[in-house]
Design a protein around this ligand. Structure first.
Ligand SMILES: Cc1cc2nc3c(=O)[nH]c(=O)nc-3n(C[C@H](O)[C@H](O)[C@H](O)COP(=O)(O)OP(=O)(O)OC[C@H]3O[C@@H](n4cnc5c(N)ncnc54)[C@H](O)[C@@H]3O)c2cc1C
Length: 451
């Protein structure tokens, strides 16, 4: 039997794996430094969870007190979206969990992101799955990609793992962690969906008449003067209907269209998002729950009487899977104390927000001090692979700290930091760990990053 393989080879200076929010920001940052960069994405579009799993809205660019702590490329993306009518910008969060949320139109985001990648000189390779990694000693030499053209090996000096699941680190045999420390269980997966035909005026009216049925931090005093961006509650309706899903509340966000909402209510627990058999089960269970929740909303919740499903996410949303073990793992204590680090490369004001891996609820912990914590450069550096940086969901944290660094704006911020660091390493001919952090910080500040 003759086996035919079509292995091609190419090289770059930096390879970034994963075209989600972190990988997009990382690739733009690297490309703008004039470094040859390839961004590899398994789907036919970029955006990661924001597009493939319909995660919406982005939260948050601000601290609870209202200081904007995420800027740089993340803010440029919002500005470009606003200019194209693809986002209203940062709006007050009417759930009351954070200061601001940032709604956006995913179709416009995909176009804006690819335009920005192109302008930065990034070579974007879609429909390409990284399935193996070549290593020599403590270095990644190349990633191998399978796509319609066959197999492609891409060599580079520095690699950024923005795959969400730390695929590059895992395939390279780097130290990785998964889920909670005691049993490796991860936050649940959620199949997101949209409904149209929702009477949001009626929803708001019911909220004002029954404040006790909603999240305690809902800003009722402001509801008449600000647009309704999100709703968390309808506790009594949910309890009475006893839908067999491990949740304790209804949660949805409004937009992008005026009669549209994005529903975040399904919950698939106890499955591993890095196991294909588990993922297969999760996809099916998630879609079943979508139908159950849509029916519950139509039959029980004021304002949803005439609503219908307008879109279901192409893939189930994965909150947590693998992450790297880096040179420093950010902890719950660091987040809650609003800790500052000498080697800060990104900041975030999003609280800890853990959807229970096995129970019904959500555990939150808010940030003290000035309302923001620092993310140190060491959390982006693999402990044992010398030319590998992580960005976004797979940076080095504990399970609890991951429950804040995983949010999209924070992922964009660590993406920009990782991409800038990768480019500077190439230009200065230094391994990422030996890059003088003060130079990296100066470059990030120069580019508008709020550190
Ligand atoms: C249910 C749910 C609700 C959420 N709610 C919010 C919210 O309301 N607001 C908010 O801001 N954030 C929210 N988040 C968090 C946020 O969506 C993600 O954590 C964030 O998108 C992570 O960004 P990332 O770029 O690190 O990873 P991802 O978005 O996961 O992107 C990773 C990319 O890598 C690609 N990829 C993976 N493996 C490979 C491979 N081997 N080869 C090639 N490509 C690969 C993927 O296709 C994907 O495009 C939520 C997440 C979920 C799941």
């Amino acid at each position: 039997m003759k086996e035919v393989t079509h292995l091609k080879r190419e090289s770059a200076e930096v390879v970034i794996v994963g075209g989600g929010p972190a990988g997009i920001a990382a690739a733009i940052a690297t490309g703008r430094q004039g470094v040859r960069v390839v961004l590899v994405e398994r789907y036919g579009f970029v955006g990661g969870m924001s597009t493939a799993a319909m995660v919406y809205p982005w939260m948050t660019f601000h601290t609870e007190q209202g200081e904007q702590v995420i800027r740089g490329i993340a803010q440029e993306i919002v500005d470009r979206l606003q200019a194209r009518g693809g986002s209203p910008g940062h709006l007050r969060d009417t759930v009351g969990f954070v200061h601001s949320v940032t709604p956006y139109d995913p179709a416009v985001y995909q176009v804006v992101a690819t335009e920005m990648l192109k302008e930065a000189g990034v070579r974007l390779l879609l429909h390409s799955f990284v399935d193996s990694v070549a290593t020599v000693d403590d270095r990644v030499e190349a990633v191998r990609v399978t796509n319609k053209s066959g197999q492609l090996e891409i060599q580079a000096n520095v690699f950024v793992d923005a795959s969400g699941d730390a695929d590059v680190a895992y395939l390279a045999g780097a130290a990785i962690a998964k889920g909670r420390e005691k049993d490796s269980q991860s936050q649940p997966m959620t199949m997101k969906f949209r409904m149209r035909g929702v009477d949001l005026g009626r929803v708001k009216q019911y909220m004002q008449e029954h404040p006790e049925d909603f999240y305690e931090k809902t800003p009722f005093g402001e509801l008449d003067t600000i647009p309704l961006t999100g709703v968390s509650g309808f506790y009594s309706h949910w309890k009475k209907a006893a839908v067999p899903i491990q949740r304790d509340q209804v949660l949805f966000f409004t937009g992008p269209a005026g009669d549209e909402v994005l529903i975040n209510c399904t919950r698939v627990q106890g499955l591993d998002a890095t196991n294909a058999v588990d993922l297969t089960e999760a996809e099916q269970e998630g879609r079943k729950q979508v139908l159950m929740i849509a029916e519950f909303l139509r039959n029980n919740v004021p304002g949803f009487e005439r609503a219908s499903i307008s879109a279901v996410a192409p893939q189930i949303g994965i909150r947590e899977s693998r992450r790297i073990v880096g040179r420093y793992a950010l902890t719950r204590e660091d987040v809650v104390a609003g800790r500052k680090f000498e080697d800060v490369v990104a900041r975030s004001g999003y609280p800890i927000d853990i959807h229970d891996p096995s129970g019904q609820g959500v555990t939150a912990a808010f940030i003290e001090g000035d309302g923001a914590y620092d993310i140190p450069y060491r959390s982006l550096l693999s402990q044992n692979i010398s030319n590998l940086l992580a960005a976004g969901r797979c940076i080095s944290t504990t399970h609890e700290a991951h429950a804040t660094t995983r949010l999209t704006p924070s992922c964009m911020a660590t993406g920009e930091a990782a991409g800038t660091a990768a480019a500077m390493s190439v230009k200065l001919k230094l391994p990422p760990a030996n890059l003088p952090v003060s130079l990296l910080q100066a470059e990030l500040r120069q580019n508008g990053v709020a550190i």
